[in-house]
Design a protein around this ligand. Structure first.
Ligand code: FES
Length: 119
């Protein structure tokens, strides 16, 4: 899937929860699909697993490969370059050759838009 460019960004409607950032219409990331978005200068991969959204930084901690587009199984993504597995729930590196977790982002859907917040 092509990267989703700036689709609004910004804050939630009431303005007091400034740390959530809208990144894409939920409809743009159907179940089984993913999108890459930029969040505060970082490339973030947002995955839809059976209707639940997960977001991690799109940079493998092994050698910097992108994780978007990797096979997703059991809430884990497999790095397309050398096969390290990362948990989409926690960002943890589960198998070599990666040993460090990737940054994880919380997700939620508000008014039909996926929002993320860095942890
Ligand atoms: S860059 Fe991801 S496993 Fe090597």
């Amino acid at each position: 899937m092509e990267p989703v460019d700036d689709v609004g960004g910004g804050t939630t409607a009431d303005g007091d929860d400034v740390s959530w950032i809208a990144v894409a219409p939920a409809s743009a990331i159907p179940p089984g699909d993913y999108a890459t978005v930029e969040v505060d200068g970082a490339l973030v991969a947002v995955f839809n697993v059976d209707g639940e959204y997960f977001a991690i930084e799109d940079v493998c901690t092994h050698d910097g490969g992108g994780l978007a587009g990797g096979v997703v199984e059991n809430h884990e993504v497999v790095c397309p370059r050398h096969g390290a597995r990362f948990s989409l729930r926690s960002g943890a590196a589960l198998t070599p050759p990666a040993y460090e977790a990737v940054r994880r982002y919380e997700t939620r859907v508000v008014d039909g838009r996926v929002e993320v917040r860095g942890e």
